[in-house]
Design a protein around this ligand. Structure first.
Ligand SMILES: [Zn+2]
Length: 285
């Protein structure tokens, strides 16, 4: 991992691609913003060439412009794969994935194509990484996937006009409208565009315990200091009420009430994601 403020190798490579000879010393955060702006503007040019101006985005039409053919088949070791071949790419996607996750997987693999030279046949990888640096490219592939499926301009307009207030109901409607998973929506709404200021997280409920991975938590700007424990039980100090509410969703399917979290009052919504996951939204009451 690179330090905040410092640029990782994928970032540096993208910087060279989009900004040419730029200086790293000026302001790393501003440079990152500029690189993302150029990258997403390239994504949006492709979307407009593919005539994608409304939601849901036709991800296969976008794939065609990236010279990629999508094939659904049983995959055992992963959910999707990008394979360069003569004429472009083959994207293999596990046929067991539900539709919305399948769309995210295709868009994610398309994100990886941005690290290839498509003018060569077969396309050649132009960014080479070492070991753990793969995860940096992988992270970018997810950011590109979010821009493909939820293009900022179109998505932001929709949210500002009809879904300004954060709620699980709004999240469900947006998921249907955009044909994407809750995960990608929460990241776009809370992390990328900061349109919703709240906390959204997905947890596994096991017996009397609630387990939450760090990567499954999105926190808005006003919630930076709220640390959701990775493991909660009714005994967890400051989080007992929240934990019990999440546990109760296994029977009730949905929960909506106020809870005290570390002595502060929050509005809470929880929904069961069958069979044993819970989606939680917290907002200061
Ligand atoms: Zn990846």
């Amino acid at each position: 991992m690179y330090q905040k403020g410092e640029l990782g190798s994928a970032f540096k490579w993208l910087g060279k691609k989009y900004l040419g000879n730029y200086s790293l010393d000026v302001d790393a955060e501003a440079t990152k913003r500029e690189i993302r702006k150029r990258l997403f503007s390239e994504v949006n040019e492709i979307l407009s060439t593919a005539a994608q101006t409304s939601l849901p985005v036709d991800v296969v039409a976008v794939a065609r412009l990236r010279k990629a053919e999508v094939k659904l088949l049983k995959l055992s070791s992963c959910k999707s794969l990008l394979l360069p071949r003569n004429g472009g790419f083959m994207i293999k996607v596990d046929s067991d994935l539900p539709l919305f996750k399948e769309r995210v997987a295709i868009a994610h693999e398309l994100g990886h194509t941005f690290f290839y030279d498509l003018s060569l046949d077969p396309p050649q990888r132009v960014y080479s990484y070492k070991g753990s640096k793969y995860w940096e490219e992988h992270g970018f592939a997810f950011e590109i996937a979010r821009e493909i499926l939820l293009p900022t301009a179109i998505f932001e307009k929709l949210v500002r006009s009809s879904y300004q207030h954060a709620s699980l109901r709004a999240l469900r409607e947006l998921s249907k409208k955009c044909e994407v998973s809750y995960d990608i929506l929460r990241l776009k709404l809370v992390n990328d565009l900061k349109l919703w200021d709240c906390v959204i997280f997905r947890s596994e409920v096991k017996g009397e315990e609630v387990r939450t991975k760090r990567r499954d938590i999105s926190k808005g700007q006003s919630y930076r200091n709220l640390r959701i424990p990775q493991l909660m039980c009714s005994e967890t100090k400051g989080f007992g009420e929240l934990c019990n509410a999440i546990l109760s969703v296994m029977e009730k399917k949905t929960v909506e009430n106020d809870v005290l979290v570390q002595k502060e009052k929050y509005g809470l919504q929880v929904a069961l994601l069958p069979p044993s996951s819970a989606l939680t939204l917290l907002q200061k009451a």
